[in-house]
Design a protein around this ligand. Structure first.
Ligand code: NDP
Length: 483
């Protein structure tokens, strides 16, 4: 046995992960279902480090030093399931199988139980940063046992991105914790992208700015709390001109956003856990609306009276003010979106006994991944100061920012409504903050309605322990106390 670990699946991600490991001095066994990919990897990049290629799965497993570590990087679902089975059949108690694909955390939990019964460690591992990250330093979110992390962690930390000398990799928690955190990372990414897109749309259609002018606005936000990779690439995309037509690139792209499912998972899971993630849900719905071509065409053809009250701003001072207001709305919405994502992680962590260090999650997202941003330092600090924060909104740094941005944020949402330039994630994030702020919610009325039609009972404000039901059908509407 000569290899420190192995990578099964040498597609875009697997090959780059294997190269990254080899470049960092780890001896990497490599295997792929189709041998040609293995041969191509060795031919092109074999000189980058110590690769141990295998044509046969038995040889691949035999080449791994014990306890063995095999990282699977194949399509999620049936392919991953099949490969886990093939590997497990050849491995011995104490060995570690790592699924580095984008797997739904419930699948990871199920597989972890079944492999644990066979004496194997199963690690569900989130890897963010796409193919570039896999090669040059991703953000890595491994779950599984602490024992498996002892063996695996140092190798992963060596290849992950580093920020201020700290690796963007840490042990997230048991079983599905790693894949869960990766899922929410992607959900937050959906929200962040949608919020930026709404800011662009408002600047264009309310602010009356041209695409290159908006690119410059985003570029200027780099020197602010909004500084992030997504703002950087937004600037790049908006600055790009289509070679064929000379038009702004953003104007020649069909406005139907694709998705591979992690936004849906994050939203679905939040619904199951009873956590509100409206910014993530709106972002996912917005992609769905954008792709509803038949409904869009029909509604446009129907030319439904819009009743909008404003066209693009013309007064230079008003336009400058609007840019600033949009910036504040974006920052407020971003705080709300991250608060929602962290709430989802905190809730799952409690439910599944994962004991996830929330500040550490923000820390390992600072580099390598799509949502990397200066802002994450504030989140790490907020949890360091108070690990049991019930909501990120209450961290002093965010509470004071919210107080500052809320007036402008309200104005922007109101403007969106009156002009008909939609900003669903801005609006729902604002409503989220306002709901949490409210001393009394109309949920009390909903409880009354539920009790009326379904005897669903309610608690009284003067006796929160007691369970009450009103006999709505009686003329007296007598109230009963139920046990
Ligand atoms: P690719 O399409 O580039 O590669 C797929 C790999 O899976 C190939 O090696 C293929 O082998 C193998 N494979 C497929 N089916 C089977 C099977 N039944 N048995 C054995 N091997 C199989 O995919 P990516 O590298 O892009 O993605 C891999 C995983 O990484 C996915 O789960 C993806 O969600 C995740 N991921 C991808 C990111 C990205 O940016 N692309 C980012 C983060 C995670 P063969 O050569 O024989 O066809």
């Amino acid at each position: 046995a000569t290899a420190d670990l192995g990578v099964f699946g040498l597609g875009v991600m697997g090959a780059n992960l294997a190269r990254n490991l080899a470049r960092h001095g780890h001896a990497v066994a490599v295997f792929n279902r189709t041998l040609a990919r293995t041969e191509r990897l060795i031919e092109r990049y074999g000189s980058e480090g110590d690769f141990v290629p295998a044509a046969d799965l038995k040889d691949f497993v035999a080449s791994l030093r014990t306890p063995r570590v095999a990282i699977i990087m194949v399509q999620a679902g049936a392919a991953t399931e099949a490969v886990i089975e093939e590997l497990a059949a050849l491995m011995e108690p104490g060995d570690i199988i790592v699924d580095a694909g984008n797997t739904l955390y419930t699948d990871t939990r199920r597989r972890e139980v079944s492999l644990r019964e066979r004496g194997l460690h199963f690690v569900g591992m989130g890897v963010s940063g796409g193919e570039e990250g896999a090669l040059n330093g991703p953000s890595i979110m491994p779950g599984g046992t602490a024992e498996s992390y002892d063996r695996l962690g140092p190798m992963l930390e060596s290849i992950s991105a580093h920020v201020d000398g700290t690796p963007c990799c840490t042990h997230v928690g048991p079983d599905g914790a790693g894949h869960f955190v990766k899922m929410v990372h992607n959900g937050i990414e959906y929200a962040d992208m949608q919020l930026i897109a709404e800011a662009y749309d408002l600047l264009r259609h309310v602010g009356g700015f041209t695409v290159p002018e908006i690119a410059e606005v985003f570029r200027s936000w780099k020197d602010s709390e909004l500084d992030s990779y997504l703002i950087d690439i937004t600037t790049e995309v908006l600055s790009h001109t289509d070679a064929a037509t000379g038009e702004a690139f953003v104007d020649i792209v069909v406005d139907a956003a694709g998705q591979k499912g992690t936004g849906v998972w994050t939203t679905q899971t939040a619904l199951e856990l009873g956590v509100a993630v409206p910014a993530i849900a709106e972002a996912t719905f917005a992609r769905a609306v954008s792709s509803s071509s038949a409904a869009r065409a029909a509604v446009q053809a129907a030319d439904i009276a819009a009743g909008t009250t404003q066209t693009a701003l013309t007064d230079p001072e008003e336009r400058r003010g609007f840019v600033d207001a949009v910036k504040q709305a974006l920052y407020g919405s971003k705080i709300a979106a991250y608060a929602q994502g962290f709430d989802e992680i905190a809730t799952a962590s409690k439910q599944f006994d994962w004991n996830i260090d929330l500040g550490a999650m923000a820390r390992i997202w600072r580099g390598g991944c799509i949502i990397r941003a200066r802002f994450l330092d504030d989140i790490t600090r907020a949890y360091a100061e108070n690990p049991s924060l019930a909501s990120l909104l209450t961290a002093p740094v965010f509470a004071s920012s919210l107080a500052t941005v809320l007036p402008a944020w309200r104005q922007v949402v109101a403007t969106s409504a009156t002009t008909g330039v939609p900003a669903p994630a801005f609006a729902s994030s604002l409503a989220y903050v306002d709901q949490l702020r409210s001393r009394r919610l109309p949920a009390a009325l909903i409880q009354g309605q539920r009790d009326f039609f379904g005897s669903h009972t309610y608690h009284r404000t003067d006796d929160v322990e007691g369970v009450y039901h009103t006999l709505w059908a009686t003329p007296e509407r007598t109230e009963e106390k139920w046990d």
